[in-house]
Design a binder for this molecule. Structure first.
Ligand SMILES: NC(=O)c1ccc[n+]([C@@H]2O[C@H](COP(=O)([O-])OP(=O)(O)OC[C@H]3O[C@@H](n4cnc5c(N)ncnc54)[C@H](O)[C@@H]3O)[C@@H](O)[C@H]2O)c1
Length: 259
């Protein structure tokens, strides 16, 4: 069960070991930095080569222990090796932020099935692969844990040319609910955070020119989100302060999905 623990509102992570997949840039790096600010030991895992550099930079900036490991969530071997490296260095894992992501924009009449499968392989199956491996490790440790996945506003509303992405992120929402149900007895919370467009490499790739200005017009906050605003929501769902929340998909969208 997920037991009661009196909380302070500090969102403290001192001494916790947190893996951030997709941590070598964008929302993932912002999350890793916020976790480090709250005292966590950080594992930067990403398919990019620069994981050790990002990990070293966070260690220097926040004075916490870090590890950078290249990890591709489409490979079981790669995920298992990343987890083994984490356990070898830190002895346990307490938090997983699973946020690797891929997007390619095509109309539903035109997208190739291989492209749909790529979205699902990374954004849904790949994220589940990481959640499953880490949850099994948390169950072995017997101390519970926190898992947060990045979903999307595309879970709730239709967005032009997002069919592959939406299929993959909607699958993630279903996965989060089932895992929350099954893993609560081990003290593991699993939740999603569903952002609107965020100013990252991915956000800029998908939203340019008139499509961008039209979209900003439709968001009641009249802007896209910044990475720290998403990281703050992820941090909340990674701390004891959110112990009574599981299976949720928290929208951070400046009001876009009010409509
Ligand atoms: N930026 C947005 O507008 C936006 C909106 C909603 C949701 N999201 C989601 O937020 C998450 C983070 O995206 P971001 O905006 O920071 O973009 P980003 O491109 O900066 O970060 C995505 C990261 O995922 C990594 N990645 C991709 N494939 C991987 C794989 N197979 N294995 C391991 N890592 C892999 C990339 O190397 C990259 O570092 C993604 O899941 C994305 O779908 C982004």
């Amino acid at each position: 069960m997920i037991g009661y623990k009196k909380v302070t509102g500090d969102l403290d992570l001192t001494g916790k070991v947190a893996i951030v997949i997709g941590g070598a840039g964008g929302i993932g790096e912002a999350t890793a930095r916020m976790y480090a600010h709250k005292g966590a030991k950080i594992v930067i895992a990403d398919c990019k080569q620069n994981c050790p550099d990002v990990a070293a930079s966070i260690a220097a900036d926040y004075g916490v222990e870090t590890l950078g490991v290249r990890c591709d969530v489409t490979s079981q071997e790669s995920v298992d090796a990343m987890l083994a490296a984490t356990i070898e260095k830190f002895g346990e894992v307490n938090v997983l932020a699973a946020m690797p992501g891929f997007v390619d924009l095509y109309r539903a009449t035109d997208i190739e099935i291989a492209n749909v499968e790529k979205h699902i392989a990374i954004n849904a199956v790949g994220v589940f692969r990481a959640c499953q491996a880490v949850a099994n490790q948390m169950i072995k440790q017997g101390k519970g844990g926190k898992i947060v996945c990045i979903t999307s506003q595309a879970d709730f509303i239709a967005i032009n040319k997002h069919v592959g992405y939406t299929m993959s992120k909607a699958a993630l929402v279903g996965m989060i609910k089932v895992c929350a149900l099954e893993w609560a007895e081990y003290g593991i919370n699993i939740n999603g955070v569903a952002p609107t467009v965020v100013n990252t490499y991915m956000g800029e790739r998908a939203w340019q020119g008139k499509v961008k200005t039209d979209m900003i017009e439709k968001i009641p906050a009249h802007r896209f989100a910044e990475t720290d605003e998403i990281a703050a929501a992820v941090l909340f769902l990674s701390c004891d302060e959110s112990n009574m929340i599981t299976g949720e998909d928290l929208v951070v969208d400046g009001g876009f999905t009010i409509y």
